[in-house]
Write a protein that binds this ligand. Structure first.
Ligand code: ATP
Length: 194
């Protein structure tokens, strides 16, 4: 089965675009959401994260996302250790999920695709872009966050220019109607190629 990676910087609109592919009948796997789900459900992941971060990793049996995010943001060693716990399990979960899909291709949305080498497992890559200011504006509405925090995350991600170099398709998501049309064109092009 063909795997199409869907990526883009924070707040570019990856999930919004993924939903448009879903509306066309394409199976969509949102890696971050599945990872979060596994962190809440899998006993082994829970045990390992508590070993790594301490009891505060969970509050009332729910992942303490902010606590962990604050630690890993400032400490690459912790980030790497956490990735070692999560990534192989999400990869296995994705493999199992893929076996259940009846489609000629699937979309795998991954925020940090290139940064972790995940692009190598994709047949095609779509990068979603939008101007930084617009992304910040959208995220300030969506999340309880600050401009500084958003910019710090942006500075930790590859730039759009770097991502575009390795992508077969770009979706410019300043305007949803235009982005929707791009989704239809890309969908048709992928179907033609496979
Ligand atoms: P993250 O990097 O945090 O995973 P994302 O790239 O998946 O984010 P979305 O969650 O899809 O981005 O979009 C961010 C916010 O911007 C959401 O509130 C979404 O509704 C809004 N948004 C996305 N695309 C558009 C658009 N074209 N027009 C208006 N609002 C949009």
């Amino acid at each position: 089965m063909i795997i199409v990676g869907l990526t883009g910087g924070i707040g570019s609109g990856k999930t919004t675009v993924a939903k448009e592919f879903e509306a066309l009948g394409v199976p969509v796997y949102i890696a971050d959401a599945e990872a979060k789900n596994l962190m809440n459900k899998s006993k082994i992941i829970k045990r390992k994260l508590i070993q790594l971060f301490g009891d505060n990793a969970y509050i009332n049996n729910k992942l303490n996302k902010q606590f962990i995010a604050d630690i890993i943001f400032n400490n690459k060693d912790y980030l790497q250790k956490m990735n070692t716990i999560i990534h192989p399990r999400v990869a296995k979960h994705f493999e199992k999920w893929m076996l259940k899909q009846d489609a000629s291709y699937v979309i795998k949305e991954v925020a940090i695709l290139f940064e972790n080498g995940g692009h190598k497992a994709c047949d095609y890559i779509i990068t979603v872009t939008a101007p930084k200011d617009l992304r910040i504006k959208r995220l300030l509405i969506r999340d309880n966050t600050t401009k500084d925090k958003i910019e710090a995350i942006m500075n930790n991600q590859w730039t759009d220019e770097e991502k575009i170099k390795y992508s077969q398709y770009i979706i410019e998501n300043s305007d949803l109607e235009i982005a929707k049309n791009q989704v239809v064109d890309i969908h048709n092009d992928i179907l033609k190629r496979i």
